[in-house]
Design a binder for this molecule. Structure first.
Ligand code: FES
Length: 205
């Protein structure tokens, strides 16, 4: 007898005998095209869904693996939930993938530096503010409409640039420091081994 895999997708029970990639199944068999195929190897996150309430990449699952579980895609969200504000800042020359949960916006760069705005969003105080003003229980929701009500203290452009430059230098130094730490971790045992060897030879001489 053929195996049957049963799971819930956006509140509906689905039963299938196909043991196939979950991303393909959601898109091709169920027509849930909010689930995007970006890399198909668990790297980009464009295929993210909720499995039993936790964000997971669907491309690394099969229909067999999710048997008995509950899946939610963007199509299963309420209208209000679809408005969740998601934040990302592309300060590279690289293209980025924008999913259906993202609002895309630019700023008037004569008045506000994107880097300065990014710093404001990154502050733990803003995180606390957003949590306080979000709604919902299991999933907190802070929407684009909520975001545009946030009052941001805007300094003059020169001050914004100075602050952004200092922060950038700090981030670069931190990245260099973190890389050094990893290198030192690898080198340390070699140095210690060398010192022990040297001491041993000196003792024997
Ligand atoms: S398609 Fe890229 S992580 Fe799944």
């Amino acid at each position: 007898m053929e195996d049957k895999f049963s799971f819930i997708v956006n509140g509906k029970t689905i039963v299938t005998t196909e043991d196939v990639n979950l991303l393909d199944f959601l898109r091709d068999d169920l027509g849930l095209i909010s689930v995007k195929d970006g890399c198909k190897e668990g790297a980009c996150g464009t295929c993210t869904i909720l499995v039993d309430g936790k964000a997971m990449k669907s491309c690394i699952f099969t229909t067999k693996k999710v048997a008995g579980k509950e899946i939610t895609t963007i199509e299963g969200f309420t209208e209000r939930e679809k408005e969740v504000f998601a934040y990302a800042f592309n300060n590279t020359e690289d293209d980025i993938v924008v999913t259906s949960v993202n609002e895309v916006f630019s700023v008037d760069e004569d008045k506000l530096l994107p880097e300065y705005l990014c710093m404001f969003f990154n502050r733990t105080e803003f995180d606390r503010y957003a949590r306080f003003h979000s709604w919902g229980s299991a999933r907190e929701t802070f929407t684009w409409d909520d975001l545009v009500k946030v009052e941001i203290p805007i300094a003059d452009m020169k001050t914004q640039k100075s602050i952004a430059d200092i922060y950038k230098a700090y981030k670069e130094r931190k990245a260099i420091n973190d890389k050094l730490k990893v290198k030192i971790k690898d080198i340390c045992p070699i140095l210690i081994k060398g010192s022990i060897e040297k001491a041993r030879k000196a003792k024997e001489a």
